[in-house]
Design a protein around this ligand. Structure first.
Ligand code: PLP
Length: 370
């Protein structure tokens, strides 16, 4: 028998969530499948929406080539563009789109000898202060690039720092900086733009272009995997979880009130306790920082993590679940246990939980392709 830690991936849920993203915001949507589709498997996810996706976004050339090699022919955007001039030949040969976020990239692009002109996404730093050209160099750079033979077409792009915070005024300030900067561009109404990530798609409809929404490209990521990024929106009917991380009970023991368990003996039983050991640990991607009390479902019943998560195992409280036994099904997150809740009890976000899943076997499902 093989180790029972399994990540079940529901591609029909992924497809559903992509449709929700498009319906919510309107316009076109690039499915963000960087970092191996946030740990879900980029090729499987891409194939599941290949007939309807407007395009895909990944972090770098290697991730894009993996998709091209798997036969994905839709547009693919490199969210960090290129890192060195030598990548440009392959970028052109594979018909990839690139984000230009820094002046050193502009310089390389203008000096390169390319077989074909490139489609680029010119990123503005409208207030996140991570990557992007500053507003005062943006239009000038746009005009220079636009006139150059290496550039086919330019999408105007920016990224939000606080769209998951409904109380923050930062998102609309960023929109204003973006709009004020681009407003004098020639024929701006007919230039494609891209602002919204998942949080903006779900919570900030006012960030969208009221006219020419068909010229807007949203960039949904985390929502495609079924995790709602909006603070407090822990459960929702809109999105469907895509990953269910499961394993099984491999050992059961009884400890007395006052006994402690696991490394560091950080959990001491307040009553006589039945302890179940689950074959899943931080080497599978379950966060070691998850605290006692983090929800876990055993045979569909809610219980809690107790003690410290170790590399290959973790312990759960089975005292109130007498029907469970060796081999009982455990869900670490998925349909019963919200990944956002596990993430919060581990001091992180669902993005990181998903990206960290490894060693567990991956199994893919797709209900009839409607
Ligand atoms: C990762 C990423 C996204 C997707 O963000 P989510 O919060 O996962 O929706 C969108 N745009 C850019 C530039 C990104 O890097």
């Amino acid at each position: 028998m093989s180790r029972p830690a399994i990540a079940h991936i529901r591609l029909d849920a992924f497809r559903h969530n992509y449709r929700v993203a498009k319906q919510c915001y309107g316009g076109k949507a690039l499915a963000v499948i960087k970092a191996n589709a946030y740990g879900h498997g980029a090729v499987h996810c891409a194939k599941s929406i290949r007939n309807e996706a407007d395009g895909f976004a990944v972090a770098c050339l290697e991730e894009a080539l993996q998709l091209r090699e798997a036969g994905i022919t839709e547009p693919i955007l490199l969210l960090e563009g290129f890192f060195e001039a030598v990548e440009l030949a392959e970028i052109v040969a594979n018909d990839l789109w690139v984000v230009i976020h820094a002046q050193w990239q502009v310089k390389i692009l203008l000096e390169a000898k390319l077989k074909h002109a490139l489609q680029i996404w010119l990123k503005m730093d409208s207030g996140m202060h991570r990557a992007g050209l500053s507003p005062n160099e943006y239009t000038q750079t746009y005009t220079r690039l636009k006139a150059h033979k290496n550039v086919k077409n330019i999408v105007l792009m920016t990224h939000f720092a606080n769209a998951d915070n409904l109380a923050s005024t930062h998102t609309m300030q960023q929109v204003k900086v973006f709009q004020d900067t681009i407003q004098d561009l020639n024929n701006v109404a007919n230039i494609d733009t891209s602002l919204a990530n998942s949080a903006a798609i779900l919570a900030w409809p006012q960030t969208k272009r009221m006219t020419h929404i068909e010229r807007h490209w949203s960039r949904p990521g985390i929502m495609l995997y079924g995790a709602n990024p909006i603070i407090q929106a822990v459960t929702d009917d809109l999105l469907q979880p895509v990953m269910q991380l499961n394993s099984r009970i491999i050992s059961i023991s009884k400890i007395k009130k006052g006994d402690s368990i696991g490394y560091g003996s950080i959990f001491t039983a307040e009553r006589d306790t039945t302890v179940g050991v689950v074959a899943c640990g931080y080497a599978d991607g379950y966060p070691r920082s998850a605290i006692t009390g983090t929800p876990v479902a055993v045979d569909g019943n809610m219980t809690r993590l107790i003690g410290r998560v170790s590399m290959d195992m973790l312990s759960v409280d089975l005292t109130d679940l007498p029907a469970t036994g060796i081999g009982s099904q455990v869900e670490l997150w998925g349909n019963h246990v919200c990944a956002n809740v596990v993430a919060a009890s581990a001091g992180t976000i669902a993005y990181e939980l998903f990206c960290n899943v490894k060693r567990a076997h991956f199994q893919y499902y797709d209900a009839a392709n409607i």
